[in-house]
Design a protein around this ligand. Structure first.
Ligand code: MV4
Length: 667
């Protein structure tokens, strides 16, 4: 017996909300979004048929507010709620609240969520289902002497884990019997403070494990299948960084054995819907680690190699339909890899970053590449939520093709406005050990030096392209100004021209505290640059979006230089490098203002006139705003005074040095 689902509320935000809506729309469902105050103009809100506010920015006051979400579902007439991942997706009380409100929860029964919530209870359940566990002890008796004896029986090294823990919290490696007592006491203290429960389990410690997880699906008619596996071994502090499917080196026999174990695990808890059974594998052995009762972030790699839409499966199963495929019908097509593009700074220990995405180019048009994102250029990454910008998924006929396409996708990814882990992801995918599929959870540590090389000096090519951008932008601005004021003025032709000397202009760039001087000599058709490391001839043309078609010492290349304030970010040959353009004229704005003559700091367009003749102004008041080089420059009052006259209006083009207004002493 199936139940209708015609209106689906997505109780989530960002890329997963947009992604679920995409499938729901394709199935003809009406989509309802919920949003916090911080997300009022977010992509997922605009993607939905209707959107309901659920509270202030903090998740605990919005996306975690069960009653606000149920209320939005009732107001919108939603007959089902998809929880996405994170937030309330594994909250049994939320599943219960949906059922109590007569709303279908697109996920497993609350009982299955609860059963999998405790790691030790989950292991006990798996043991009865015959699912392989790491050799160890996870009983209720927590007597220290007994635990020590169990550790001896298992054989060192052992791992002490908090029973209520997860995600790597509260784990202690013990390498010899003499260390056990102190390690146990420490583990219990940490478990008590972190989880309010100091029970522990003891396991054989696997020294080079791989994280292999199996996607399972069960319907309400007793059917359950596995949809192959994913290898998520490349993690950093228990956060997945790269996920792929299938697991490299997995034999068909082992896939069938792990798949059967995963399906047995799902059946053991009466599972319904999408689930993931996580295993830890070493050598020829694999052991149950935990079961996740949600659709995971990395589900797109499974979709790529099976050709299935797992959100569609979820909605069909929630309607009461049988699984779309039988086990024998589930294909394994090629290989797929996913990386998570994050607003975080690898050079500052991956500190999450907040800020505005001034420029965002995500890969498109690359065969086999899919991008799931919940943001657009101009959006801000908030401190309140996970700073994921996008998931990039690259699929191919085999792993090598998928790796190559991922490299191309990352090379085509451009973010300006905040640091990201793009270069770090690129280094992983380019690492020979990655191409060789030498994967285990120690991968990042083992290759740290090449993956996290730290800040490097500005390469000559990046410096030359930044200089070319500034010079071409300057020429464009001058030409615009000259055209407007005096179309035939020769001064608009070569702004660096000096009487009786070869024409050149001195540019200054900043890389952190370092200052870099570049002298640009005007030569026919381009420039000859004196760079710190030598000379370089450059020429080129620039589009309005900063795309450069340039020749550097005769080598032609395409690049893009994006300006955000003083910051120039140079994207070339798949690399990125930011540096600041130190424009002496900007530094002089203050000086110009204090001289009493309020002049334009550089050629530009008047975009705001904040005063009129007769106005009294105080020191620092904004008087006129000039737009130049895609930046807004506010000319402020250098002192208290009375505006005597304003010489220009909004929209006027002004040349460098043009007197904008006259300020008299305060009357
Ligand atoms: C282990 C282990 C080695 N031996 N258990 C980490 C998170 C939690 N889900 C289980 N974890 C581990 N359990 C034994 N007996 C190593 C890890 C582990 C890990 C496992 C999978 C993926 C990444 C990991 C990173 C660090 C440690």
């Amino acid at each position: 017996m199936t139940r209708p689902i015609r209106t689906l509320l997505i109780a989530n935000r960002g890329e997963i909300a947009v992604r679920v809506m995409r499938t729901a729309r394709a199935m003809g469902l009406k989509t309802i979004a919920v949003y916090s105050e911080a997300d009022a103009r977010a992509l997922h809100v605009e993607s939905a048929d209707e959107a309901y506010p659920i509270g202030p920015a903090p998740a605990r006051e919005s996306y975690l507010k069960i009653d606000a979400i149920i209320d939005a579902a009732q107001k919108s007439g939603a007959d089902a709620i998809h929880p996405g991942y994170g937030f309330l997706s594994e909250n049994a009380a939320f599943a219960d609240a949906c059922a109590a409100a007569g709303i279908v929860f697109v996920g497993p029964p609350a009982s299955a969520i609860r059963a999998m919530g405790s790691k030790s209870a989950a292991k006990a359940l798996m043991e009865t289902a015959g699912v392989p566990l790491v050799p160890g002890y996870h009983g209720e008796d927590q007597d220290e002497a007994l635990l020590a004896r169990e550790a001896g029986r298992i054989g060192y090294p052992v791992l002490i884990k908090a029973s209520a823990g997860g995600g790597g919290k509260g784990m202690k490696v013990v390498r010899a019997a003499g260390e056990f007592s102190e390690a146990l006491a420490s583990a219990k203290r940490e478990a008590r403070s972190a989880f309010g429960d100091d029970r522990v389990l003891v396991e054989k410690y696997l020294t080079k494990p791989r994280h292999i997880e199996v996607q399972v699906f069960a319907d309400t008619h007793g059917n359950a299948v596995y949809l192959n596996e994913r290898d998520c071994s490349i993690q950093r502090r228990h956060q997945k960084v790269v996920e792929e499917a299938p697991a490299p080196g997995m034999s068909a026999e082992r896939r069938a054995a792990m798949g059967k174990a995963a399906v047995d695990a799902a059946k053991a808890v009466g599972y319904v819907g999408a689930g993931t059974v996580e295993f830890i594998a070493e050598g020829d052995h694999f052991f149950f680690m935990e079961m996740n009762t949600r659709l995971q972030v990395e589900h797109p790699v499974t979709e790529a190699i099976t050709g299935q839409d797992l959100v569609e499966w979820q909605i069909r199963v929630a309607r009461g339909e049988t699984l779309p495929l039988t086990q024998a019908d589930i294909p394994l097509i090629g290989h797929a890899i996913e990386v998570r593009l994050y607003a975080e700074d690898p050079d500052r220990d991956f500190l999450p970053q907040v800020g505005r995405l001034d420029h965002l180019v995500l890969p498109s048009g690359i065969p086999g590449v899919r991008v799931d994102s919940g943001v657009r250029a101009g959006d801000s990454v908030s401190i309140h939520y996970d700073p994921m910008i996008a998931k990039i998924i690259a699929a191919g006929a085999d792993r090598a093709e998928a790796v190559g396409r991922m490299g191309a996708a990352l090379a085509a990814t451009e973010v300006v406005g905040l640091p990201t882990n793009r270069a770090f992801l690129q280094a992983i995918v380019a690492e020979p050990a990655f191409a060789a599929a030498e994967l285990d959870t120690g991968f990042i540590e083992r290759h740290r030096d090449t993956l996290l090389p730290g800040p490097a000096p500005v390469e000559p090519r990046a410096l030359a392209l930044a200089a070319l951008h500034v010079l071409l932008d300057e020429a464009r601005m001058s030409a615009q100004t000259a055209d407007a004021a005096d179309p035939f003025s020769p001064w608009g032709l070569a702004p660096g021209w000096r009487l009786n000397r070869s024409a050149f202009v001195d540019l200054t760039f900043a890389d952190g505290a370092a200052r870099i001087a570049v002298r640009a000599h005007y030569v026919p058709g381009g420039f000859h640059l004196d760079l710190p490391g030598g000379q370089l001839s450059v020429e080129g043309v620039m589009d309005d979006d900063g795309t450069l078609t340039a020749r550097l010492d005769g080598v032609r290349l395409r690049a893009r230089v994006v300006r955000s304030g003083q910051r120039l970010t140079v994207f070339a040959a798949g690399t990125e490098r930011s540096l600041d353009h130190v424009d002496p004229r900007l530094a002089s704005i203050e000086a110009t203002g204090t001289a009493g003559r309020l002049v334009a700091p550089m050629p530009g367009t008047i975009i705001r006139v904040a005063v009129k003749a007769g106005d009294q102004v105080a020191k620092g008041d904004a008087l006129v705003v000039v737009e130049a080089m895609k930046m807004e420059h506010t000319v402020a009052a250098p002192r208290e005074g009375t505006v005597k006259s304003v010489r220009f209006a909004v929209g006027d083009l002004v040349d460098e040095g043009a007197e904008l207004l006259v300020l008299e002493d305060a009357s």
